[in-house]
Write a protein that binds this ligand. Structure first.
Ligand SMILES: Nc1ncnc2c1ncn2[C@@H]1O[C@H](COP(=O)(O)OP(=O)(O)OP(=O)(O)O)[C@@H](O)[C@H]1O
Length: 600
């Protein structure tokens, strides 16, 4: 290759600006063709836009290369489209950078548009910085680093794709972000935190508890424990649930606890164990890398457990998780402003996600409100539903454990295969009832608020709110025991005049989930502050569930009174020890009078 060839290659496409470099051009004898120039090249006739970098070279710009004029800027030398070298070189660089930036920006905007479209389709809203796109199929989940073993475990459960909450929560938690997630009942929140948790743990490490899941009830803790087991199959990770604190003390001692990676429990049991002080607490949370609070709004409530409310217990547990890089995740079907505020203040760059319309009932549940007049009317309506034919299993919610007992006694002779679950039953009884209901040995389960949250009974077809729920949050969770994982369900809520002040708010929740309610219910007066307070703090006095219950209670009362009278008779002092008649006044002087007398 001679010098000309080298020069030609180097200056290919370069244009010379005659006007700008006129003087230099004249000085160097411009216009004289180079003698070294090959014949073929000399045949080129420079056109008006043909640029010449040096008098020695004449080059026609290739069609792909833009000329200055095409660029609309008369000052520079164009080497490649949009890139100028001399004259306006700086401008050109800027322009190139700008257009590169523009195209990158455009690409980013297009990607964001696609992500937004996907989120809209899945009903996901997000808050926080750098939220990764949702993973809407299992291939993308594998791309995020989740092991094939775990994805196969998900497929073995019959799951075909992630649910919306999983699609958005998984990539966030896999990145180690703190998270607050709200998604409808039955939308797969459990796997939403269990999958990234198991991924985070990797495999067994014999370092003690490395993940902790808190739930408000023992039943829910057991259920989550079971799900952990199913999804951890083949990973070697072990999970446990605290069923008995006394056994737990021995079981989770310094040696044995090391084998178990995941602890699922209610806060009060854990706090009890953490407070053991003689030889230090029997279990340690120092190695917990992931803390999950399920039903987080419930666990932020002040009341709710022995030894302080849930919130105090949660704070104690939170303090005991001392690992510097602990990931914290809060999940619930109902969003609480209080939890959101707390998370925004106390978590590390938290992400917040919401699926569907906030604080509304699952849209797959067909909901109705039935006026029953009074308590007798409710019982008649209930029997009517059963008489007309129903598809078990059915959950019937009542206000208190006493009412659960009474309704059970009413229904037990109706040939319904009925049982009841409430806090007065022993843990073994509760476990047996839950098992029997899952196995369809029980068709109708009378229950209290205890069963309203989180419990996943497959295929519950009907929920009956026999007693009006105490709040919209309670309503959402109760009716959410049906219509799970995309199945259809039905919920009937009985009401009497006692419930009228609170009818409007429940009617609104039903309307928000896309269903029709009579306009007059929506037009009812809003409960005032004091009514709201009363509803939130005390249950309405509903009287007796039925005449039979009333009769039974009267009988019981009579028996109690008779027994008390008998006991009183037995306790009377023997005749000889009786106070002399004259002294009776002094011994029976009322306390108030005695005090007054002494003051005098
Ligand atoms: N990806 C999925 N595809 C299909 N079904 C799923 C999927 N993930 C979970 N499920 C099923 O959905 C049902 C409800 O899941 P889960 O109990 O986790 O709901 P949840 O959102 O926690 O409800 P709740 O708010 O009532 O606690 C379960 O039976 C579960 O097996």
């Amino acid at each position: 290759m001679n010098t000309y060839d080298i020069f030609k290659n180097l200056t290919r496409g370069i244009k010379f600006n005659h006007k700008k470099f006129k003087n230099d051009f004249t000085k160097s004898g411009g216009g004289h063709k180079n003698d070294d120039k090959p014949k073929s090249e000399t045949n080129h006739t420079p056109g008006p836009n043909t640029t010449i970098q040096d008098s020695t070279a004449t080059q026609e710009a290739p069609p792909s290369i833009k000329t200055e004029k095409e660029d609309g800027d008369g000052g520079g030398v164009t080497v490649l489209a949009g890139v100028e070298l001399s004259g306006g070189a700086a401008d050109g660089r800027k322009k190139k950078k700008k257009s590169k930036k523009d195209s990158q920006q455009l690409q980013l905007e297009q990607q964001q548009e696609q992500v937004n479209h996907m989120r809209n389709k899945l009903g996901i809203s997000v808050w926080g910085s750098d939220i990764p796109p949702p993973v809407d199929n299992f291939d993308k989940v594998v791309e995020c680093g989740v092991s094939l073993v775990m994805v196969n475990n998900l497929r073995n459960q019959g799951y075909q794709e992630p649910t919306p909450v999983q699609a958005q929560a998984w990539p966030l938690l896999l990145q180690g972000r703190d998270l607050l997630a709200a998604a409808p009942t039955g939308s797969g929140k459990t796997a939403g935190f269990v999958v990234p948790m198991l991924h985070q743990l990797g495999g067994p490490q014999r370092r003690g508890f490395r993940a902790l899941i808190l739930t408000p009830t023992r039943e829910l803790a057991r259920q989550i424990h079971r799900e952990c087991g199913r999804l951890a199959e083949g990973l070697g990770i072990r999970a446990t649930v605290i069923t008995n604190v006394n056994k737990a003390r021995a079981k989770y001692g310094p040696q044995s606890a090391k084998k178990i990676d995941v602890l699922v429990t209610t806060p009060n049991r854990l706090v009890y164990l953490l407070r053991e002080s003689d030889d230090g607490p029997p279990l340690s949370l120092d190695n917990v890398e992931m803390l999950v609070v399920d039903e987080s709004d419930r666990l932020f409530e002040e009341g709710g457990g022995k030894g302080g409310g849930f919130r105090d217990q949660l704070a104690e547990i939170y303090r005991a998780c001392t690992h510097p890089a602990v990931i914290r995740a809060f999940f619930s079907a109902t969003h609480s402003h209080q939890v959101q505020q707390w998370c925004a203040t106390n978590l590390n760059n938290p992400a917040m996600i919401n699926v569907g319309v906030r604080n509304t009932a699952c849209k797959d549940v067909h909901q109705t409100l039935t006026f029953c007049g009074d308590e007798e009317g409710k019982l008649i309506s209930l029997r009517d539903i059963f008489r007309k034919g129903y598809e078990p299993p059915v959950l019937v919610f009542v206000q208190t454990k006493e009412r659960a007992k009474h309704l059970f006694r009413e229904l037990v002779f109706d040939n319904l295969m009925v049982d009841a679950i409430h806090a007065d039953r022993t843990q073994t009884q509760r476990d047996n009832v839950v098992r029997a209901f899952r196995e369809r040995k029980i068709w109708v389960l009378v229950c209290t608020e205890l069963m309203s949250r989180g419990i996943d009974f497959k295929g519950v077809n009907l929920v009956i709110n026999y007693d009006f729920p105490p709040s919209t949050v309670s309503y959402i969770h109760r009716v959410g025991r049906t219509g799970r994982a995309g199945r259809q369900g039905r919920a009937i809520t009985f009401w009497t005049m006692l419930d009228k002040p609170y009818l409007r708010s429940i009617a609104q929740v039903i309307q928000m989930s896309g269903q029709e309610v009579p306009q007059w219910m929506l037009d009812l007066k809003k409960p005032n502050k004091s009514e709201k307070k009363i509803l939130a703090t005390q249950q309405p006095d509903r009287g007796h569930l039925s005449q039979a219950v009333l009769h039974e209670q009267l009988e019981k009362k009579k028996k109690r009174q008779m027994k008390a009278r008998r006991n009183k008779g037995k306790k009377r002092m023997p005749e000889t020890e009786k106070t002399p008649i004259g002294a009776a006044e002094t011994t029976t002087t009322p306390r108030k009078k005695r005090k007054k007398d002494s003051q005098e």
